[in-house]
Design a protein around this ligand. Sequence first.
Ligand code: SF4
Length: 230
Amino acid sequence: MSDAIGSPPRAANPALLTLYEEIADCPACELARTRTQTVPGVGPAPAEVMCIGEAPGAREDEQGLPFVGPAGRFLDQLLGGIGLSRETVHIANVVKCRPPGNRDPQPEEIAACNPFLERQIAIVDPLLIVTLGRFSMSRWFPGASISRIHGRPRRFGGRIVLPMYHPAAALHRGDLRPVIEADFALIPELLEEARTEGAREPGGADEPSAHSTPVAAAAAAPSAEQRSLL
Ligand code: SF4
């Protein structure tokens, strides 16, 4: 995959390319009226790790790529700190078009865009999904508080879902930076656990209603940072 910041995403995977083309023409919600362009995602497919944020911002809307502003630079640092990069991780958002003024995506917009995300997850087929922020977290953990469940992975069918704060949160609240870094540090062990478990259970994390179970590697007890937020 050769996508790079500054150029629109071009997927090497034929199924992903078809998906991106469908998204580019999508008129299914109000966000189609105000977007500059769609921001479908970036990164390889398949990929072991998939990060899912909430919605494109102004820079993403301009460039057609997710996480290209200050939060994106922090995400790159976080990935680099655990030996990963945009070349190895698939990055997407819950909605593919920018909400005007960076407002929160509305429930009807998230619902309209959900079929695209479902297909994207199926094509990327990740072992580990990292939800960044409360909107992607809510897909698998409805009604949960991010301050209580961040860094506590659960298995949904054949995938592990690890909820985290959105990297942008650390730009506004410096005290969250070490919390996010600590949660990211869980990824290598979780990934190793997912790899060594081998055969997957039926059903995937693209099925949020699937029965979920705690993940042994990191779910035993809250970290000091987590306890401070409980
Ligand atoms: S946010 Fe999703 S559903 Fe709405 S117009 Fe964009 S691609 Fe279509």
